[in-house]
Design a protein around this ligand. Structure first.
Ligand code: NZQ
Ligand code: ZN
Length: 386
C-alpha cells in the first residue's frame, strides 16, 4: 500500500427528509445572498425546487437563480455562473441536480473569486485555486459521486476538451433517495454503471496486490451489480435506489482510493468522446469498457481474474488465470447487454468515426493504467466500438 493521509471535507446528510432536517443549521453558517443553481427544470416537476425555495426563504436568504445547466456542462456556462455570482455578491451556492450541476458550480465558485481565466490558470500555469464561494449540494441524480470530490468535468467547446478542473469541496451534501425517484430509468442505469466504472477504474490502479481498499471495492461493485438488477425488476424499489445512491458516493469519497494510484484511462477516453459527441457519460463508458479491457491483456490478467471470482462469482476450478480474465470481460459485456446499456457506438447514434483520430490523440494518458496507450491503439479501440 502507498503512504497516505485521509481526511474528509464534505458533511453528508443521507436519507429521507435530510434537507429539511439539516439545511437550516448549515445555512445559518453562511451569508445572505444565495445562488440557487439547477439544470433544465426536472426539479420544478418533482417538487424539489419548491422545497428548496421554502428552506431558503425560511432561512431569510436572498435568492438569485442560475438555471439551464446542461448535461456535460460547458466552460461558457461556468463563466455565465461566475458573472452572475460576482454581479450579485453571492455568499453561498446551492447546487441542486446531478453531476452536471454539481460540477459546474464547483468551478463557478472558484472562477467568481479569481481574476484570471481559470482554464488558463490551471492548465497553462499549473496552478490550483485557493479561494472559493462556499457551496452545498442537493443530489437529485446519483452515479457520478461528484458531490464527494473537488474535481469537475467541464467541456471546453473552443478547445474541444472535456477535462477536469479543480474547484472546492462542498460544505455539505444532501443525499435523499426520494429526490431520485423521478429520474428516467435509463439515467438511473447509466448513472449506476458510472459508479461501477469508478470502482473498476480505482481497482485497476496500482499497487495491484490484494489490499483493504480493493476488498472494500469488491463489495461496492457487488452491491452496485445486485442493486441495478433489483432496480430493473422493480423501478420503484426505494431500498435499491438508496443503496445505489450511497454506492455512488462510496466510489468517489476517497475510501476506495486509499493507498492507490487510480487508473481512469477509460474515463479519459470517454471524456474526449463526450467532447466531440456530447454523449451520455454512463453510456459511453458502457461501450468502451469491455473493448478497452481486451487491450489491457495480458498486463491486467491477475486483477481481471480476481474480479472474475470476487465480484462476478465465477468458479475458478480448473481454469488458468488467463481464462478467468477473459471470462471476466465476457461477463461484464453480457451484463451491459442484460441491463439495456448500449454495446456499440452505433446504438448511441455516434456517427461515421471521422473524429476518432482527434479523440484518440487528445485523450489524456493516465499514470495508474497498466499500460501506456499509443494514439494508434486508442484509435483501434474506438474503431472496435463502432
Ligand atoms: O437538467 P435537468 O432537467 O435536471 O435533468 C437532468 C438531466 O437531463 C436529469 N435529472 C436529474 N435529476 C433528476 C432528473 N430527471 C428527473 N428527476 C430527477 N430527480 O438527468 C439528466 C442527467 O443529469 P446529469 O447531471 O447530466 O447526469 P450525471 O449525474 O450523470 O452527470 C454527468 C456529468 O458528470 C460528469 C460527467 O462527465 C458529466 O459531465 N462526471 C463528473 C464526475 C465527478 N465530478 O466526479 C465523475 C464522473 O466520472 C463524470 O465524468
Ligand atoms: Zn464517471
Amino acid at each position: 500500500m502507498n503512504t497516505f493521509n485521509y481526511s474528509y471535507a464534505v458533511n453528508v446528510y443521507f436519507g429521507e427528509g435530510a434537507a429539511a432536517k439539516n439545511m437550516p443549521a448549515e445555512l445559518s453558517k453562511v451569508g445572505k445572498n444565495v445562488l440557487l443553481a439547477y439544470g433544465g427544470g426536472s426539479i420544478k416537476k418533482n417538487g424539489v425546487y419548491d422545497e428548496m425555495i421554502k428552506i431558503l426563504n425560511d432561512a431569510g436568504k436572498n435568492i438569485v437563480e442560475f438555471t439551464g445547466i446542461m448535461s456535460n456542462p460547458t466552460y461558457d456556462k461556468v463563466q455565465e455562473g461566475a458573472k452572475l455570482a460576482k454581479d450579485n455578491n453571492i455568499d453561498f451556492i446551492l447546487a441542486v441536480g446531478g453531476g452536471s450541476v454539481i460540477d459546474c458550480c464547483k468551478i463557478v465558485s472558484a472562477q467568481a473569486k479569481l481574476s484570471e481565466d481559470i482554464w488558463e490558470f490551471e492548465y497553462s500555469n499549473g496552478k490550483r485555486p485557493t479561494e472559493f464561494i462556499p457551496m452545498g449540494a442537493v443530489v437529485t441524480a446519483f452515479g457520478t459521486g461528484a458531490e464527494m470530490n473537488n474535481g469537475a468535468v467541464i467541456t471546453n467547446t473552443e478547445k474541444m476538451m472535456k477535462s477536469a478542473l479543480w474547484g472546492a469541496f462542498y460544505n455539505f451534501a444532501v443525499l435523499d433517495p426520494a429526490y431520485t425517484m423521478s429520474m428516467p430509468l435509463k439515467q438511473v442505469i447509466s448513472g449506476a454503471f458510472d459508479s461501477l466504472s469508478h470502482s473498476m477504474e480505482t481497482y485497476m490502479g496500482s499497487p495491484r496486490d490484494t489490499n483493504l481498499s480493493d476488498e472494500i471495492n469488491e463489495a461496492t461493485q457487488r452491491n452496485i451489480i445486485r442493486n441495478i438488477r433489483e432496480t430493473l425488476k422493480n423501478p420503484n424499489d426505494v431500498q435499491a435506489r438508496s443503496e445505489l445512491m450511497w454506492a455512488a458516493a462510496m466510489a468517489e469519497n476517497g475510501i476506495l482510493k486509499i493507498g492507490k494510484a487510480t487508473d481512469f484511462q477509460c474515463h479519459m477516453l470517454e471524456h474526449q468522446l463526450g467532447a466531440y459527441t456530447d454523449c451520455n457519460h454512463g453510456q459511453g463508458l458502457a461501450v468502451l469498457h469491455p473493448v478497452l479491457y481486451k487491450h489491457y491483456l495480458p498486463e491486467a490478467t491477475q486483477q481481471f481474474a480476481r474480479l472474475a471470482t470476487e465480484v462476478w462469482g465465477i468458479d475458478p476450478k480448473g481454469k488458468y488465470e488467463s481464462e478467468l480474465a477473459e471470462e471476466f470481460i465476457e461477463t461484464l459485456s453480457s451484463f451491459i447487454k442484460e441491463i439495456g446499456l448500449p454495446t456499440t457506438f452505433a446504438e448511441m447514434g455516434i456517427g461515421d468515426g471521422s473524429d476518432f483520430e482527434a479523440i484518440a490523440k487528445s485523450t489524456i494518458r493516465t499514470g495508474g493504467c497498466v499500460k501506456k496507450f499509443t494514439d494508434e491503439e486508442l484509435l483501434e479501440v474506438l474503431n472496435e466500438c463502432r
